[in-house]
Design a protein around this ligand. Sequence first.
Ligand code: 4FV
Length: 243
Amino acid sequence: MKIDIITLFPELIETYTNNGIIGRGVENNLLKINYVNLREFSEDKHKKVDDYPYGGGPGMLLKPEPLYNAISSIKRENSYVIYLSPKGNLFTQQKAAEYASYEHIIFIVGHYEGIDQRIIDMFVDEEVSIGDYVLTSGELPALIITDAVARLIPGVLGSMESIVEESHSSNLLEYPQYTRPEEFMGHKVPEIILSGNHQKIKAWRELKSIELTIERRKDKLIDIDSKEIEKRCEKLDKIIKRG
Ligand code: 4FV
């Protein structure tokens, strides 16, 4: 997979994609992440990339010409062009899995009040938002989606196993986790986790996930009949309490 990020702040992208798990994935050629400096595609002698909005209104907009030149310089037949904006489709784990199957993703990073609508109409396959709040620029959203997608590429994360059992890869939020020491500042690790009884541990973890999801994200359980959930909890409880 190749990811191109069209940006005015390449250093922001470089720092993130040359370090950590993502940086290691790039080193191991499991994926390619490039930044494209929008200013280099400005035809203006002062490298101008923004201008006032027609019809008035606050702030500036990114001009169409530099964006057109930048996108045209990298766009291929199989490129999927994403524009990050608060009015886009909400990004989810499901979308991360979808994007991880693409060969080439181009992120158009917004700045100021956004970009000229004609670039969206001409090139953008999908407008995507990372959440209902407004940021100063689109670099962080592009990096957040790049991170969520890159870790789904086989080999980027140590083990694929950790992807299977995590929040948002199923309808349930993840169960509480513990590591050494068994007692920390008077707080003990739940006995059942230390029991070595994997059937009970599995049941306890699923029950905790269901309880946490009911408490915090009921929206993730709407397609599941509450009676079903109740019966499942009773069954898990029996396994946990079984002598
Ligand atoms: C955003 C979001 C976001 C809006 C104006 C950048 C800013 C500036 N992008 N999800 N929320 N973008 O707030 O994706 O151009």
